[in-house]
Design a binder for this molecule. Structure first.
Ligand code: EPU
Length: 340
């Protein structure tokens, strides 16, 4: 039986650095351990939350239940041809370490997703994306354990029903599965580089890159992220706090009449995605600090904990921002972070 810790501080287990406590915490390092836990009385009795790297969660109070910390490790090659490799990665592997492993082996596809905090298992959950690439484009399948039975189920890419920062695991099957591994198909040659994102193009130019490689894209992405996004080890944060909202073309055009510089990216003929960071900045929040928490000075979409902030303070700040953006733009901001 796996060991349970009681009354544990979660400060080291969430990148916001919130000092909430969990009634129970359990580190799971193998699928067998997880299945044992699922059949135990404590799992049946207590509410639970599965935690990966803790980089997309806000604890607003102590957690009165069982935190299952996913630490299942392993990387294996499933199949390989001249042009592609299919790799199965256990969910508890650190995402960025795996990206570095792929870059070092010259496996292409995930270099734009360098330096995203969190674990591999969390990647399909919210379809992580950055600089023009989403993980859904590389995923072959996801293996997950059904929490009510302990049975393993394999989800095809289609069955994961990916959307923008969304998947079946966040919607219809929320809280029903524990993702145990992710299988990705990466290129070994004739890599399809994605350098369409403005900031990425500019950075590659600044770095005098004339011959694009997986390594150079990864380096550029790391450079951009380090310059814009606060390092959670130094200042607590969970990346983008809100999703970028989608509005219809009519609303976008009427906002354009009032705010001529409003940026927007067409999604289809009817819908436009607007950067939440811009909306928040326009409302005057960028760089603002309220006691222990604030809005990051370089990227208004990121809320930060300057040290001893509580989850409730962050939540309070986020609600104030939502009210401002609603009043100014009639746009509802939805958190990207899981609020507990
Ligand atoms: N902007 C501002 N002020 C700000 C921030 C952004 O005006 O303070 C505007 C600018 O017009 C800028 C545009 O927003 O050109 C886009 O900004 P950025 O490139 O920083 O991207 P984002 O839309 O704010 C998204 C993801 C990030 C991802 C970047 C890069 C979401 C919710 N966030 O942010 O993902 O790294 O694109 O692709 O989609 C995360 O999910 O935690 C995350 C960091």
């Amino acid at each position: 039986m796996v060991k349970l810790e009681e009354n544990v501080s979660l400060k080291a287990y969430n990148t916001f650095g919130i000092n909430a406590k969990a009634k129970y915490l359990c580190h799971v390092t193998t699928v067998d351990q997880l299945v044992d836990l699922l059949h135990s009385p404590i799992f049946k009795k207590e509410r639970h939350y599965i935690l990966g790297g803790g980089s997309n969660v806000l604890f607003t109070k102590d957690f009165d239940g069982l935190i299952i910390k996913d630490e299942i490790k392993g990387i294996e090659t499933v199949s390989e041809t001249d042009t592609h490799i299919v790799v199965r990665v256990s969910a508890g592997e650190n995402w960025h370490q795996f990206v570095l492993h792929a870059v070092a082996n010259d496996w292409g596809g995930i270099e734009n997703l360098s330096l995203i905090p969190g674990t591999v298992g969390a990647a399909p959950m919210q379809n992580i994306g950055a600089y023009g690439v989403e993980i859904k484009n590389l995923i072959e399948r996801v293996e997950a354990i059904e929490l009510s039975t302990g049975r393993l189920k394999t989800f095809s890419n289609e069955e994961c029903a990916f959307g923008y920062r969304e998947s079946v695991f966040k919607r219809e099957l929320a809280k029903k599965y524990f993702i145990s591994s992710v299988t990705l198909r990466l290129s070994k040659k004739d890599h399809q580089f994605n350098t369409t994102y403005g900031a990425l193009q500019e950075t590659l130019k600044e770095m005098n890159v004339t011959h694009t490689t997986i390594q150079s894209i990864s380096d550029a992405v790391i450079h951009i992220r380090k310059s814009k996004l606060p390092d959670p080890v130094v200042i607590g944060n969970a990346g983008s706090f809100f999703k970028n909202p989608t509005i219809d073309v009519k609303q976008f055009e009427s906002l354009q009449n009032l705010h001529s510089t409003i940026p927007g990216y067409s999604i289809d003929n009817q819908n436009i995605k607007v950067p939440a960071g811009w909306l928040i900045e326009q409302c005057g929040w960028k760089g603002k600090r309220i006691n222990n928490v604030g809005v990051h000075p370089q990227q208004a979409l990121v809320l930060v904990n300057y040290g001893n902030g509580s989850g409730a303070e962050i939540l309070n700040l986020s609600e104030k921002i939502q009210v401002s953006v609603m009043e100014e733009f009639q746009i509802k901001l939805t958190p990207e972070v899981n609020i507990l």
